[in-house]
Design a binder for this molecule. Structure first.
Ligand SMILES: [Zn+2]
Length: 167
């Protein structure tokens, strides 16, 4: 169950991947369903922001970035997430659909979203990949530190090759 928090308690963004086959068009609704099927299930506290994505009652992330680059909201920012053990109270969880290759649209959307969050929430100054916080994880499948160091230019080793589908 998520708990209410002040935005000033947020200090970091944590980037995840869905660990789904690269390029497969899963959605925020799929993630919501999977989080509801966990034992125990993830559950939002719908009293915090009942009008915020009311159909997504389980999702643990605050945002999901789909393969076409759509940024789909999950939990409201004033609710703690369920995505990074030990860090949920103070972070925002973003999940990229895919495993370790993401579309140009996803890379662009990720940059835009992270930049907006850091601007919007002055206390939120750090950006991590899940694996930076938990050495047992490979998620999100690329080095967030390198991406930031390279001025948010996508790592071409982790770019989905969409050209093959165009013949
Ligand atoms: Zn993760």
């Amino acid at each position: 169950m998520g708990t209410r928090r002040k935005l000033t308690n947020i200090t970091a963004v944590v980037i995840h991947c869905a660990d789904t086959p690269n390029g497969r068009a899963n959605t925020v609704e799929d993630i919501n369903r999977w989080h509801g099927e966990r034992q125990p299930p993830f559950t939002r506290d719908m009293s915090i922001a009942p009008k915020h994505q009311p159909g997504l009652t389980h999702i643990g992330y605050h945002f999901v970035i789909e393969v076409d680059g759509a940024i789909r909201p999950g939990r409201p920012l004033q609710e703690s997430g369920a995505h990074a053990s030990g860090y949920n109270a103070n972070s925002i969880g973003i999940c990229l659909i895919g495993r370790d290759k993401f579309s140009a649209e996803q890379w662009h959307a990720l940059h835009e979203l992270v930049a907006n969050l850091i601007t919007q929430i002055p206390t939120c100054t750090k950006v991590f990949g899940h694996r930076d916080l938990n050495p047992g994880k490979t998620c999100p499948g690329f080095s967030v530190a390198d991406w930031i160091h390279n001025d948010y230019i996508p790592d071409f080793n982790h770019m989905l090759d969409t050209e093959v589908n165009h013949g």
